[in-house]
Ligand binder design. Structure first.
Ligand code: HEC
Ligand code: HEC
Length: 304
């Protein structure tokens, strides 16, 4: 199967439209419509300068889309950053980098401190990439990824939440979620690409379809292990090419099915105890199944 490449050009609209004629400039007085906020578009590769900065942007881009191959020492699973931040970190509602960069430093409940952008990247290495000790804040990897994000953010305003940031919340349906119904959605709409066992698909050593559970997936500490976060990602981004086609109920059900399967252990495991880890890190972390028993099986045992 050919890897699917996003047609980034189809989404490309110039950031600031055509120049406005002199006689029209009075219209710029209105403070309400700030074009950068209303419809932010990251720059195109063709706009990159041919200098040391442009070279660093390209390195960051390469690391973002080919993380496993270019930074194997920091990736403990089969994923690349762009598997969850689609279209090279450009796609709105897919936690795009251009919306993230201007929002840091920021307090995060997850580690109860103010995080720099570098620390935020380290978090995705540690949990989403199951990478063990993440690259240092001043490492070439974090520098290149930060420069790439800075470039994508372009003229975005600092500290302003842009539309399209993150994976917009999909509220839990009134009747909750149903893992068995999720299995039906999965088998009908996801398994062709992600595999009957959530194992993804490989060509040679590389995944062309990313795994959703098992040893090559994100670990139990990753944001995607929350059913609410996975439901939001899935609703806005999956099935690939048909984003938005699932009902909220289907998105929640299939997210619960995916996240009821084993994956690598939470690296923050407290004294080897799933229950202590659940109490400390999962009891107040959205909706998740870590440390709970489903159909007689304890979830969160981890897998290598
Ligand atoms: C398994 C999916 C997954 C992978 C792989 C992944 N991330 Fe993330 N990332 C997430 C989730 C989930 C969030 C939290 C989004 C939210 O809170 O809405 C996130 C958040 C972020 C944010 C902050 C977004 C914001 O708006 O504050 C950045 C920056 C980021 N990731 C960068 C990376 C980088 C760099 C990599 C690769 C080293 C990576 N991610 C790999 C799932 C992933
Ligand atoms: C046409 C193939 C295809 C279908 C169908 C599909 N996906 Fe995906 N999915 C992908 C690809 C490819 C990516 C990675 C995107 C990228 O790298 O640009 C992905 C990424 C993901 C991710 C984040 C990365 C990871 O491995 O954790 C999740 C979660 C996910 N899909 C869930 C689903 C669910 C649930 C369904 C069914 C409702 C589904 N997908 C249907 C191809 C597909």
């Amino acid at each position: 199967m050919k890897p699917i490449i996003f047609a980034g050009l189809l989404l490309a609209v110039p950031a600031y439209g055509a120049p406005i004629a002199m006689e029209d400039q009075s219209q710029l007085q209105s403070p309400a419509a700030h074009p950068a906020v209303a419809r932010f578009q990251p720059p195109q590769e063709s706009e990159l300068p041919d200098n040391a900065y442009g070279k660093m942007v390209r390195q960051g881009y390469a690391l973002f889309v080919d993380t496993k191959r270019l930074a194997p020492q920091y990736v403990g699973n089969g994923l690349n950053c762009s598997n969850c931040h689609l279209d090279q970190g450009r796609l709105a509602n897919s936690a795009p980098l251009w919306a993230a960069y201007p929002m840091y430093p920021a307090y995060r409940k997850k580690n109860d401190k103010v995080n720099t952008f570098a620390e935020r990247l380290q978090g995705c290495f540690q949990f989403s990439m199951n990478g063990g000790l993440p690259p240092a804040a001043d490492s070439p990897e974090i520098t290149a990824l930060s420069v790439y994000a800075y470039w994508l953010a372009g003229k975005a305003p600092l500290g302003v939440e842009l539309p399209g940031r993150g994976y917009p919340d999909v509220a839990q349906p009134a009747n909750g979620y149903n893992v068995a119904h999720g299995a039906e959605v999965y088998n009908a709409q996801c398994a062709t690409c992600h595999g009957a066992e959530g194992q993804g698909q490989k060509v040679g050593d590389s995944f062309v379809m990313p795994p959703l559970w098992g040893k090559d997936s994100y670990n139990w500490g990753a944001g995607m292990h929350r059913i609410n976060t996975a439901a939001s990602f899935i609703k806005h981004n999956m099935p690939l090419g048909q984003a938005g086609s699932l009902s909220d109920q289907q998105a929640w059900d299939v997210a619960a099915y995916v996240n009821s399967h084993e994956r690598p252990q939470d690296p923050r495991l407290v004294e080897g105890s799933i229950e202590k880890t659940r109490q400390k890190f999962h009891a107040n972390d959205g909706v998740n199944l870590y440390g709970q028993t489903v159909n007689g099986v304890l979830i969160g045992q981890g897998i290598r």
